[in-house]
Design a protein around this ligand. Structure first.
Ligand code: HEC
Length: 153
């Protein structure tokens, strides 16, 4: 008797799989290749530094001219690259400036401070300021010309 039962169960199982593969395929959900199911990346992921920029700096600093309440980022990147050949020193200076702006430490043209006033001190964490300084440094574009004003020494 048990053998008969086993035979029955095995038979049912085989029958069910045969049904699944032969009768059911049309009803199975369409299996899309994985690539089609994945949304194509529309924009490249923003760096943490860029996110800090959008949150804390964009309101005053547009990327390109015309200037906002403050000079454009591309101009700032140019001035910092001109003032510092050592990237680490440039970043450290920028972070320090953002924490405690001081016209005597400014690396932009003196007329920028006359025109815009001094930048207000930023309340961001030092980590955020480092990230955004790094991001700003990387925005340097050698083809960008600062609105007629090369830094006067
Ligand atoms: C309320 C407006 C305002 C905000 C917000 C602001 N800035 Fe500024 N920033 C200015 C102005 C105005 C200047 C130009 C005068 C100066 O250099 O202090 C300036 C100058 C700078 C400079 C040049 C400093 C120098 O050497 O003189 C850097 C670098 C800079 N900003 C980066 C940032 C970053 C990064 C943020 C965001 C974390 C930020 N700023 C947020 C107004 C702003």
């Amino acid at each position: 008797m048990p053998r008969l039962l086993i035979g029955l169960v095995v038979g049912l199982l085989i029958g069910a799989s045969v049904m699944y593969f032969i009768i059911k395929p049309s009803e199975r959900p369409a299996e899309k290749p994985v690539a089609e199911n994945v949304e194509p990346a529309k924009t490249k992921l923003k760096s943490e530094g860029e996110l800090v920029y959008e949150k804390s700096c964009k309101v005053c600093h547009p990327m390109e001219p015309p200037a906002g309440q403050g000079p454009p980022i591309l101009g700032l990147a140019t001035h910092y690259r001109e003032a510092f050949s050592d990237k680490e020193k440039g970043l450290a200076h920028m972070v320090d400036f953002m924490k405690n702006p001081d016209s005597s430490k400014s690396k932009v043209e003196p007329r920028a401070i006359k025109r815009f006033g001094l930048m207000p001190a930023m309340a961001n964490s030092k980590t955020e300021l480092k990230l955004v300084a790094q991001w700003l440094w990387d925005q340097y574009d050698p083809s960008f010309e600062c609105g007629g004003g090369k830094r006067r020494k």
